[in-house]
Design a protein around this ligand. Structure first.
Ligand SMILES: [Zn+2]
Length: 95
């Protein structure tokens, strides 16, 4: 019997065809009434632990997935967290 998915994560599929999904960040406990939408995300690079290749991903490639994996001890992708952070502190181009 398949395990119930209990936790929702942001994921992307590695661009190397033989690889699988990469976990980016933990969103929260699985809740079938909630739909997650990534409001903004700049392009970001993730290095795949399996093929060791770095690929660039954009917002449309990020999907939420429900997994049985516990978030305790899970380390999110720093480049993804940077990419979804609002651009509130950009320096002016010239002074
Ligand atoms: Zn890969």
């Amino acid at each position: 019997m398949a395990e119930e998915p209990c936790y929702t994560y942001w994921t992307v599929e590695c661009k190397t065809p033989s690889c699988g999904g990469l976990l980016l960040a933990y969103i929260g406990p699985y809740d079938k009434r909630r739909v997650f939408f990534l409001a903004q995300c700049r392009p970001f690079e993730v290095i795949c632990p399996e093929c060791k290749n770095g690929h660039t991903y954009t917002r449309n490639e990020v999907t939420s997935k429900n997994l049985a994996l516990e978030p305790r001890g899970f380390i999110p992708s720093q480049s993804f967290l940077e990419a979804i952070r609002p651009e509130a502190h950009l320096e002016p181009a010239d002074t």
